[in-house]
Design a protein. Structure first.
Length: 195
């Protein structure tokens, strides 16, 4: 795993996209993408937005791939990974749609997020809701980590781990507020109609 992280580091932004894609699809690289984002952002603070976008794009694409694989026949895979939690996860994903995916995507490790992605594909969550939730959650996560890296340097990851639930809760609240505001604006535009 260290070799993969070192290789991705030499690639810069494309390496971050690759690691995030692999981590969100079929392989697991625990915190390598976060560490790589911190490392690259410390080296080139001005490029932090690019790194955060690449990590987000890779993660969203990996999740969408896993979603499609699950949609085409991943129920057995879902039950294998979900175990005793299968019924609860099924209900959560089916009844909460966008909000369920957003909340699950914002939960810190060791939350088994891939199980939620597989469940979304198996139980046919709308792709637009799924992708929107993952994109918002990943943008918040990676821009937050990038900001901390630029602000606190190598202390960013230990700081993040130390305050994991506070940071996760804050990011979740920010995501909910952002979504609520966008819905309010869109509803206002819809009622106003074309001018």
């Amino acid at each position: 795993m260290k070799k993969m992280g070192a290789f991705a580091s030499t690639l810069g932004a494309p390496g971050l996209l690759l690691i995030s894609f692999l981590d969100s699809s079929f392989l697991t690289f625990p915190i390598i993408n976060d560490g790589l984002l911190v490392e690259l952002s410390i080296k080139r603070p001005a490029s932090m937005p690019l790194y955060a976008l690449m990590a987000t794009l890779g993660s969203v694409l990996g999740c969408v791939l896993l979603f499609y694989v699950a949609e085409k026949g991943g129920e057995a895979l879902f039950h294998k990974h979900a175990g005793k939690r299968a019924h609860a996860i099924h209900n959560w994903v089916v009844h909460n749609g966008f909000w369920g995916m957003l909340f699950a995507a914002l939960l810190p490790p060791p939350t088994p997020f891939k199980v939620f992605v597989i469940a979304a594909g198996v139980f046919e969550v709308r792709l637009v809701s799924f992708t929107s939730a993952i994109t918002i959650a990943r943008l918040l996560r990676y821009f937050g980590i990038g900001f901390l890296a630029v602000r606190y340097g190598h202390d960013a990851l230990p700081l993040l781990k130390q305050h994991l639930w506070v940071v996760s809760g804050s990011v979740l609240l920010l995501g909910v507020a952002s979504y609520g505001l966008s819905r309010l604006v869109l509803r206002h535009k819809a009622t106003a109609g074309p001018s």
